[in-house]
Design a protein around this ligand. Structure first.
Ligand code: KIV
Length: 276
């Protein structure tokens, strides 16, 4: 496990609800943004209480929650199901829901209907889509329909079949072009996934909207992580860019082992935990 602060971070003192203008304004004000994933009510409430600026209902739920090897099978109905649970727990953070594979690639009309369903049926504030230069018209149509849209460039997990794996993306000019196109088309923010730190720094310096990095180094306007990676719940070796700030897997395993031992020994539940 890598190093982590010994004291828990203070929840953000600012309890004003996060809005799209405040999220975008953070860049101007030099305030770094914190974004984490949540897929259910319990974790969303916890993250919101801890003061994160935004909660992403990522289609990473296909891997994290459903145990699949890619995000491709995730459906729009599943995103709406999880998004709705998350929104019900959140008082302050901006909730952003991923548009899953094939929910925004077929046609603009189809995309508007799908993104509209996400906002109407979950109560979330924005959608995110994985965007190459080809998605400019789609992003523009969403923005013109007043559907706040976050773009996602760099490693795009929905393109894993074409890419042949989850690898760092290094084509600087293509990455810059994708980010520019997304911002010009009206994206209010851009996730930069698995790109070299200096490239993320260049994109961040050039764009007027916040960049949110994951595996993109420290010079983004904010950071996002998959929460189970951050708290050490994900099994196996985490990717290089993941710094674990807790080891909850160990904590939970120890609790379950202690409970099982107590049950088998007949010492749990004790008198204090038994109705008279
Ligand atoms: O699906 C997801 O959780 C994401 C983040 C990793 C940015 O897109």
């Amino acid at each position: 496990m890598s190093s982590h602060p010994s004291e828990p971070a203070a929840p953000s003192a600012d309890r004003k609800p996060m809005t799209i203008p405040r999220f975008v304004g953070a860049k101007r004000e030099g305030r770094r943004l914190t974004v984490l994933t949540a897929y259910d009510h319990l974790w969303a409430g916890l993250l919101d209480e801890a003061g994160v600026d935004a909660i992403l209902v990522g289609d990473s739920l296909g891997m994290v929650v459903q145990g699949r090897s890619t995000t491709l099978p995730v459906t729009l109905d599943q995103m709406i199901y999880h998004g709705e649970m998350v929104v019900r727990a959140v008082k302050r953070a901006l909730v952003i829901v991923d548009l899953p594979f094939l929910s925004f690639q077929v046609s603009i009309e189809d995309t508007l209907r799908n993104a509209g369903r996400v906002l109407k049926e979950t109560g979330a504030s924005a959608v995110k889509l994985e965007s190459g230069v080809n998605q400019a018209a789609t992003i523009r149509a969403l923005a013109e329909a007043d559907i706040p849209v976050m773009a996602h460039v760099g490693l795009r997990p929905q393109s894993v079949l074409k890419l042949g794996g989850y690898r760092v993306q290094r084509d600087e000019e293509r990455l810059l072009a994708e980010a520019r196109v997304a911002a010009e088309a009206g994206a209010f923010g851009i996730v930069l996934e698995c790109i070299p730190g200096p490239v993320a720094a260049r994109i961040t310096a050039e764009l007027p909207v916040p960049t949110i990095g994951i595996g993109a180094g420290p010079h983004c306007d904010g950071q996002v992580l998959v929460t189970p990676d951050l708290v050490g719940l994900t099994p196996g070796q985490p990717p290089k860019f993941v710094q674990q700030f807790a080891n909850l897997r160990q904590t939970v395993e120890a609790a379950v082992t202690s409970w099982s031992t107590a049950v088998r020994a007949g010492t749990h539940p004790d008198a204090a935990h038994t109705h008279s």
